[in-house]
Design a protein. Structure first.
Length: 130
């Protein structure tokens, strides 16, 4: 008597255990990546606001170096473009030049210190100041 070996047909697809394990692995991956992506988005927003603040200060410096003084309307416009923005102009005369420091600060969000951008430049003192 010959015993015939029965062969099972080739398996197609994945078993339920394999599908569950793959689902768990994918869920774990998303659980790690989603908070990271949210933090990355938040940091990129902070950086873009800081870049915008520095660009505003550069514009103020460029106008001032070309003899156009900073008007109260410009200060108000700059402050309104940032959440709870405040622009401070500090002039410190010394040895024939004036050091002008611009400090733009704004509210960075709940339970965070105020963010700020600072830019300094020097101009010759005018004759009537000396």
């Amino acid at each position: 008597m010959y015993l015939r070996k029965t062969t099972s047909p080739p398996r197609r697809g994945a078993s339920i255990i394999e599908a569950v394990i793959a689902t768990i692995l994918m869920g774990s991956l998303f659980a790690v990546l989603l908070p990271t992506m949210a933090r990355l988005h938040y940091v990129s927003q902070e950086v873009s606001v800081k870049e915008r603040a520095v660009e505003e200060l550069r514009n103020v410096v460029e106008r001032n170096l070309h003899g156009v003084p900073l008007t109260p309307q410009q200060v108000e416009r700059i402050e309104k473009s940032f959440p709870e923005g405040k622009l401070e102009v500090i002039e410190q005369p010394a040895n024939g030049v004036t050091r002008v420091e611009l400090l733009l600060s704004w509210d960075a969000g709940e339970q965070r210190p105020r963010a700020s951008a600072r830019l300094s430049y020097w101009t010759p003192q005018s004759e009537d100041v000396q």
